[in-house]
Ligand binder design. Sequence first.
Ligand code: ATP
Ligand code: ZN
Length: 286
Amino acid sequence: MTTVLRIAIQKSGRLQQGSLDLLKESGLSFSNGKDQLKAPAQNFPAEVLFLRDDDIPQYVEDRVADAGIVGENIVAEKKKKINIIKRLDFARCRLSLAIPRGEQYNGLEWFNGKNIATSYPNIVTDFLKERGINAGIHEISGSVEIAPGIGLAEAVCDLVSSGSTLLSNGLREVEVVMQSEAVLVANPDLSPEKSEILDKLLFRITAVMKAKNSKYILLNCPNEAIERITKIIPGMKSPTVMPLSREGWSSLHSVVDENDFWNRIDQLRESGAEGILVIPIEKMIV
Ligand code: ATP
Ligand code: ZN
């Protein structure tokens, strides 16, 4: 029997689409997990398991799955023996403490003697303990934000991205407990064969993520500007320079970091670049 790497992803919810996209962009082709628990990849030695995200750390520890994609918040809460292999730059959110909007907030001491509703009892307990705060933790599994409204607790600790859910429940975010994003996790004791497959997958994921953060850029410039422009967009090694049929002009090709993109564009124009084209990159191997 050939070895396959079993990769657990969320069956439905906020992590699902990002996880499917990442694996598919990494070249794995498999069916989407509608009404099924697992799907083999047709062109890569892997099998995708579709599970509840909360269960993924346990399954990876128990080797039901070899690896998985899950929120860092769940990894921190579950405290299982698994390794975080890579941060995946999607499903970014934060776990925050929030209190009723009308309350005066004067710092963490506010929570002394209060009850906090949360789905993350371990994280919240450790956070408060490290800071010498004594609060009651009320564990609930969903709709945490309604707890103060129905008198179940005086505060909540819940995931936030825009903060609109808190706002519409009359709550105010007062402390960030942790930042989170989707992460690739794996069992720490994979066989050499499985480790090799995981490394292959990781290589591909890295290429996909690098490409997402980069753009291919083409521009025309007078030859005397090439040196200046090369300093602005050095690219992976150095830019490609090709002569234009117009005397004294060249076409220059390079790669720029997405985050830095608009700054560079301004500098390029000031340096004499014209006809700038910016193109997405699909994969990037460095
Ligand atoms: P399941 O039924 O699989 O247990 P769930 O209700 O626990 O689903 P989701 O709401 O789909 O989970 O959230 C899954 C993960 O997505 C969270 O653990 C967190 O890492 C991330 N996440 C949660 N809220 C947000 C948000 N507002 N923005 C971005 N990512 C988020
Ligand atoms: Zn969940």
